[in-house]
Design a protein around this ligand. Structure first.
Ligand SMILES: [Mg+2]
Length: 218
């Protein structure tokens, strides 16, 4: 493990903020189908649209004779709106230990999330995360699907923008560990309660239980 990190990058959901309630997202998927004129979509299609590949999105869109881009735009719009309600209603909240990584001396900081870029913007603004140097969520187009972690696309963009080399990426999912490896940076797996006992296909550089452990890694 490199002790001289010049940047710490964070996943958002499950790391900085609590994950969005699954039921809320399922309701948002129904809103998205309704917005493109599909009433009562099969639950299998609702589940697919929660986290599709480009191919499975096309299949679902074809089954309902709607344009996949239109369905995806509606899906992202509904997810942004539903999550903003959760943030403003205090149900999607900042973890108590985030204070330990706000205003770290001498290191650049960023968010790299699979959530929508607009949702990350809402989070940065609502919780006043103005100590971050930059933040990336996925773009609201079908292209954004392929650019999600474990693909290192946005992580590499962030590293390039920050102009850093020795970075640590902090995440709570195997996709974070894979993306860090693909981008050639260290990974810290944050094992919060919601990922207790979850296994990883690849060993992270380090495993931590709280963001309070980050300053000692610097
Ligand atoms: Mg996460």
């Amino acid at each position: 493990m490199d002790a001289a990190y010049d940047a710490i990058l964070f996943d958002n959901d499950g790391v900085l903020t609590t994950p969005t309630d699954r039921e809320v997202l399922i309701d948002a998927m129904h809103d998205a189908f309704a917005a493109v004129g599909v009433v009562d979509p099969p639950s299998e299609h609702v589940r697919t649209v929660m986290g599709p590949s480009v191919d499975s999105l096309r299949e679902v869109a074809d089954a309902h004779d709607v344009d996949p881009h239109e369905l995806w735009t509606a899906r992202e719009h509904a997810a942004v709106a539903a999550q903003l309600e959760e943030i403003e209603g205090g149900r999607k909240r900042l973890y108590d230990d985030v204070g330990a990584v706000a205003n770290l001396d001498g290191v650049a900081t960023a968010i790299v999330s699979n959530n929508q870029h607009e949702t990350i913007g809402n989070i940065v603004s609502h919780f006043d995360l103005d100590w971050l140097d930059t933040w990336y969520g996925r773009e609201p187009t079908v292209k954004g699907i392929d650019r999600k972690k474990p693909t290192p696309y946005y992580l590499e963009l962030a590293l390039e923008e920050l102009d850093v080399e020795d970075a640590l990426f902090v995440g709570d999912s195997w996709v974070d560990v894979e993306a860090a490896d693909a981008a050639g940076v260290d990974a810290a797996f944050l094992r919060r309660d919601h990922v207790e006992g979850v296994g990883l296909p690849r060993e992270p550089t380090t495993e931590i239980e709280s963001l309070e452990e980050i300053p000692r890694l610097l």
